[in-house]
Design a protein. Structure first.
Length: 151
């Protein structure tokens, strides 16, 4: 697999990587582990209170199952087919990781999946098709995260 170029970081852990001209990957990094979603599909018309999406859940470069959100306000769901030990190990690490949105609550794998999906939706909704536009979207997302955290 070709090396991807990092084009931005949001909230210290969400790394936005450029796969090629029109494909981007959002990778959450914590405790030596990575979390990402491949084969991401956003269902704009089904998105009501949250983003409706589906995709493959990738932990440490291993496709471990699937993840989705029905878009009706609940959190993401995931199924780690046969890879529960890895998912549980990462979930334990996340409990001790700063949760920028809700500092009083522990961060969960479901939260990370929803956040990755939200960042990916920003790229799709903005029809990102150039490197310059991708960098601009990544910079905007970091600025918004900083404003939210500092308010």
């Amino acid at each position: 697999m070709a090396k991807m170029k990092e084009i931005g970081v949001v909230e210290n852990n969400y790394h936005i990587l450029q796969k090629n001209v029109r494909n981007y990957v959002v990778e959450f990094r914590v405790g030596g582990h990575t979390i990402s979603i491949t084969n991401f599909e956003w269902y704009e018309r089904m998105s009501e209170e949250t983003n409706a999406f589906s995709g493959d859940l990738v932990l440490d470069g291993i496709n471990v199952g699937d993840c989705s959100n029905d878009g009706k306000g609940g959190c993401a769901m995931y199924h780690a087919f046969g890879k529960w030990e890895l998912a549980n190990e990462i979930s334990q690490i996340l409990k001790n990781t700063e949760n920028y949105c809700f500092p009083s609550m522990a961060l969960s794998l479901e939260d990370v999946i929803d956040n990755i999906a939200s960042i990916m939706v920003c790229f799709i909704a903005n029809k990102v098709s150039t490197h310059a536009k991708a960098v601009a979207v990544a910079t905007y997302l970091q600025t918004q995260a900083d404003k939210y955290r500092n308010s």
